[in-house]
Design a protein around this ligand. Structure first.
Ligand SMILES: C[S@@+](CC[C@H](N)C(=O)[O-])C[C@H]1O[C@@H](n2cnc3c(N)ncnc32)[C@H](O)[C@@H]1O
Ligand code: SF4
Length: 454
């Protein structure tokens, strides 16, 4: 049983493991040439076999939601769309030069910011240009993040016609007091309307993003939000812990910290959410995600096909993810690279005909092993250890596993580990037992780099 004392014990600042090593352990600057070589090599190995994944970051939003931790640029001036699309196409062309054959697109995700800030016509123009120079894999999966306040029927139809079948609707919270405090006035009828349109058009998976721990949330307001949402039967729910990182997301300084639910209440909100989801047929996929039994994510989890990358959980396991746009991250399996975080720097590099790479990391053999352990645990709930890693495992990971096993979260021996049904609710903590960077520098855990697990 998930007891309050277990939640309290495991509620520590821990990464979400969308990469390993995690971003704070990357090099501040990597060489663009080294990244280009790493990218090309992985492309050559994987493109014809399984295709590649593409992430496009569309950073603009019309107004600032003060809780937001994403890389965004607030503007109501829509003339910014043209310049940004030009830069994205130039960046794509720079990458095409590194590809000896046409890319096969298996997975495409539009994230932000707010992708639906762009007009349907502009999204169509952008995507036709990019996809026009690629082959679309027959088993592709295209998805986008949709803001309920500005996603129109035309957006949904245009993207559907381009092959999109899944959207993530940013619901966050329905309570008017919470919405006022986070500067996101979003009538629930907008959520209902977009959900209904999407289903009428033929989208097969509607995901809702919800957050617990927002200012002014109470168990009563949370219960109302969740009950309203569940009536619409989203196929998946991402139930995120509000990440309070005002040192990087300055908007979070715009509300009173005293309005944040205290730690005990935040845990109560989390338990309430878990209870409501499981009582309504939603299965815990791990790391904040819940899905109905007929959703692809649940089926992939059951069949051991789940994968995790910067886009979160995915059912298409490609070994190469290319991120285009400001702040985007690419993952070549054995190397990561991130673009600059400001639009000015991004334009400067791209318009000078150069990739915009700044931070990144090339993985050692040991990194690759421990990355696999973390991916196995978060996607399959089990992993097997390599004999060559035993020295590091004995020194750093196994002592952590003893405590996790005592609490009933895992069963393990020196050859393998299995997550128990209870442990499933603490996946982030179990992964952390294989994060050598965190374990070698235990003091880092005290620093406010990561948000808390709950
Ligand atoms: C880029 S936003 C979604 C798209 C669109 N801009 C919107 O707001 O609907 C991606 C998701 O990140 C989540 N998110 C943003 N800031 C967060 C924070 N500080 N803590 C937890 N989740 C956060 C929200 O649930 C949000 O829907
Ligand atoms: S939550 Fe979405 S709309 Fe709000 S500021 Fe962040 S990215 Fe923009």
């Amino acid at each position: 049983m998930i007891t309050a004392s277990l939640l309290k014990k495991y509620n520590q600042p821990i990464p979400r493991y969308t990469s390993y090593p995690t971003v704070p352990n990357w090099k501040e600057k990597i060489s663009t040439e080294d990244w280009a070589a790493c990218f090309s090599k992985q492309f050559t190995v994987n493109n014809s076999k399984e295709g590649i994944s593409l992430y496009i970051h569309l950073p603009f939003c019309e107004s600032l939601c003060t809780y937001c931790g994403c890389n965004k640029k607030i503007t109501t001036n829509h003339s910014v769309e043209e310049n940004y699309m030009d830069a994205l196409v130039k960046e794509w062309e720079l990458y095409l030069q590194l590809m000896p054959e046409k890319p096969v697109i298996r997975e495409l995700h539009l994230g932000g910011g707010t992708p639906t800030f762009f007009s349907p016509e502009n999204l169509q123009k952008l995507l036709e240009t990019i996809l026009g120079q690629a082959v679309i894999h027959p088993d592709h999966q295209f998805s986008f993040e949709a803001h309920p306040n500005n996603t129109t029927h035309a957006h949904l139809l245009t993207l559907y016609n381009l092959g999109f079948r899944r959207l993530s609707l940013g619901v966050q919270d329905n309570d008017p007091v919470v919405q006022f405090t986070i500067n996101r006035i979003q009538p629930f009828k907008n959520v209902v309307e977009v959900t209904e349109w999407a289903r009428e058009i033929g989208y097969t998976s509607v995901n809702f993003d919800l957050i617990y721990g927002l200012p002014k949330q109470t168990p009563e307001s949370m219960e109302r939000t969740l009950t309203q949402c569940i009536e619409l039967k989203p196929d998946r729910v991402a139930f995120y812990s509000y990440a309070h990182v005002p040192w990087t997301s300055r908007g979070q300084r715009l509300f009173d910290e005293n309005d944040l639910p205290p730690a005990e209440m935040k845990m109560q909100l989390y338990r309430l959410g878990k209870f409501i989801f499981s009582a309504n047929g939603y299965n815990d996929i791990g790391m904040d995600h819940f899905a109905l039994r007929n959703d692809e994510l649940f089926k992939a989890r059951q069949e051991g096909r789940l994968h995790r990358n910067f886009m979160g959980y995915t059912t298409q396991a490609t070994a190469l993810l290319l991120g285009l746009g400001v702040s985007s991250i690419s993952d070549a399996g054995n190397g990561y690279a991130q673009n600059n975080k400001t639009i000015g720097e991004y334009y400067q590099s791209i318009n000078a005909g150069k990739l915009d790479i700044t931070k990144g990391y090339f993985l050692s053999d040991e990194d690759l092993s421990f990355k696999r352990y973390i991916l196995d645990i978060s996607c399959k709930g089990a992993t097997r250890f390599n004999a060559k890693d035993l020295d590091s495992l004995r020194l750093f990971s196994f002592p952590q596993l003893e405590g996790l096993a005592e609490d009933g979260l895992i069963s393990w021996d020196e050859s393998a580990l299995t997550v128990t049904p209870l442990g499933h609710h603490f996946i982030r903590n179990i992964c952390a037992a294989f994060d050598l960077y965190l374990l070698k520098n235990k003091t880092a855990i005290q620093l406010p780099t990561y948000s808390k697990a709950i």
